[in-house]
Write a new protein. Structure first.
Length: 236
């Protein structure tokens, strides 16, 4: 089972600090999976179903966009020949696009290339399935929450646009999941629902900076992933 994505999946697995997979510690089992939802998913299946012999690989790298996943796809996905593949990407793509708008506000910028983004996404899944036609795929949706620096100052002015663009990313992911018979893991809906239930009025309880989940949210994300996998039979 390969989990690939950005910092939300990464969780500093292998004491990586953003390094590529080849630069991480692949033998230290205390840090093999990082500290996020991927770790919780792996520990659930390996803890409760040891007889299945599950093998998990975290291949999240902090800061990655879809194009950066593509640059390492052969080594971090195809060469591992997974039976199950989970992908979570999109928030950095939108963040970098918005940063470009903010630093050159007086210059007209092209719209985000959703058609190109979708084409790349599909190509990567095709490459993975060419290696294993029976590959089971889980596609996770990106998200943001109204808290932290992304809601303040100039970033705050662009926050509504951030959510609009992320919503379109989610729609692309949903469409691809339907076309590929993949399992959709709707993290965007989960986080939106959690944001309506804030203990003691603490807006940072679930997502502490608008992008990165807290341990509490990672727990709920892992539950969401496991439930989606159970409904679809992806882990059977």
């Amino acid at each position: 089972m390969v989990f690939i994505g950005d910092s939300i999946t990464d969780g500093n697995w292998g004491k990586g600090d953003g390094k590529p997979s080849s630069g991480r510690n692949l033998t230290d089992r205390n840090h093999l999976y990082g500290s996020g939802y991927m770790y919780l998913c792996a520990s659930y299946y390996q803890g409760y179903r040891p007889e299945r012999g599950y093998l998990f690989f975290n291949r999240g790298v902090s800061g990655n966009t879809l194009d950066e996943l593509a640059a390492r796809w052969q080594k971090d996905v195809v060469d591992l020949r997974p039976d199950v593949l989970s992908v979570l990407v999109g928030t950095n793509d939108i963040d970098r696009y918005l940063h470009g708008l903010m630093v050159s506000a007086t210059v007209e910028k092209p719209d985000f290339d959703f058609a190109g983004w979708e084409k790349t996404y599909r190509r990567l899944l095709d490459e993975a399935r060419q290696t294993n036609p029976d590959l089971k795929i889980l596609l996770c949706t990106p998200f943001a929450a109204p808290v932290g620096a992304i809601t303040e100052g100039l970033q705050g002015e662009y926050y509504p646009l951030r959510q609009q663009l992320l919503a379109r990313c989610c729609a692309v992911v949903e469409r691809i999941a339907a076309d590929y018979g993949a399992t959709l893991v709707p993290f965007h809906r989960l986080v939106a629902g959690l944001e309506t239930a804030l203990p003691n009025g603490d807006a940072t309880y679930w997502v502490w900076d608008g992008i990165h989940p807290t341990p509490a949210c990672h727990r709920r994300m892992a539950d969401c992933w496991i439930e989606a996998a159970a409904r679809s039979g992806a882990m059977e």
